[in-house]
Design a protein around this ligand. Sequence first.
Ligand SMILES: Cc1cc2nc3c(=O)[nH]c(=O)nc-3n(C[C@H](O)[C@H](O)[C@H](O)COP(=O)(O)OP(=O)(O)OC[C@H]3O[C@@H](n4cnc5c(N)ncnc54)[C@H](O)[C@@H]3O)c2cc1C
Length: 353
Amino acid sequence: VKAVPFATLTTFEIGGGPRAMVEVKKPEQLPKLLSQTRKRRQPIFVLGGGSNLLVSDGGFPGTVLRMRNCGFDALEQGPEQVIVRAGAGLDWDLMVSMTVERGWGGLECLSGIPGMVGAAPIQNIGAYGQEAAESIHRVEVTERSSGAAYVLDAIDCGFGYRHSHFKSIWRDRFVVTAVQFALTPGAMARPRYRDLQNRFPGVEQVSLAEMREGVLEIRRSKSMVWDLADPNHRSAGSFFTNPLVGDRLAHALLDTHPTMPNFTAGPSEVKLSAAWLIERAGFTKGLERGRVGLSTNHVLALINRGGASARELLYLATEVRQGVWDKFGVELMPEPELLGFAQTLDELMPITR
Ligand SMILES: Cc1cc2nc3c(=O)[nH]c(=O)nc-3n(C[C@H](O)[C@H](O)[C@H](O)COP(=O)(O)OP(=O)(O)OC[C@H]3O[C@@H](n4cnc5c(N)ncnc54)[C@H](O)[C@@H]3O)c2cc1C
């Protein structure tokens, strides 16, 4: 297909062009395609819906590969468990809606997350007390160097908070071609997250459909669904992940800020709220810096207010990181993948410690 700039391929609407673009309708086409691009010595970037991506103004000097297989079927269906298989190119939220319609529980709180199925395992998407990894059964992949197809068990994928081996030791190794989910037929949903408990006061269980509607409603109010009519829509959702800090730092911070939200994340690790830290460091919703800013509905979402460059966005990200570092000594890490930059993260968003 014709190569177009990343500004038209990403929800940030930022970024120059790739050299070439290919769309793959069937995973069986991958081995040949991969070997052709290898021969041309061109780097490959696997793109989904572009909703977790900040691309440099210079673009990416290689080929963008996009999976377009959209199948959705039940591989096994028993009274206790359904194994569903979805193609990497299927729209994530469309898939969630289909599982909810069928009464298959496990993904309902992940309603409204933009992007495609193939990207879900990469950062183990999560929201409202649920993570994709809780339901992922297997991940079907094609190895980029050999063209060989593998089916990986979820347990081997190294899933953690917004993390997997696909982002670390397996980086650039595989193309995800399909994801299998193990779901529960006839399930009800439990409002585990505070916003949901406020939405369903005193209720222990709701139907999957009610949960989906509740989640979508809350997400819309925070500009966390991708909606072109929303002036905050040019974003990648949360720009920073919630930082994990050692318990010594967490206790020291809690001494001075007793109301600081904190969650035990491991034996000696505490997860803090990036949104809380940013707000307390003096950044407010709706902050404007020329063509970039913070969402008027969500302090954690950096936005392109229209026509912004990657540079401008990185300046704002740096300002926020520095502000939080100065006030709390906590380092925020960006959630979106950065593509087409020659510099390291610390050079792109340097903070003076
Ligand atoms: C408004 C908004 C709200 C959001 N809310 C949430 C949220 O609540 N929770 C959350 O976790 N995320 C959230 N996100 C981030 C984003 O939607 C998810 O990370 C999503 O999974 C990205 O999917 P994508 O298809 O757009 O991937 P892309 O942005 O295109 O790619 C992201 C990464 O996945 C890789 N990738 C994509 N497809 C494949 C494949 N088939 N094989 C191998 N690698 C692949 C890419 O190379 C890249 O590294 C939000 C984003 C926006 C804009």
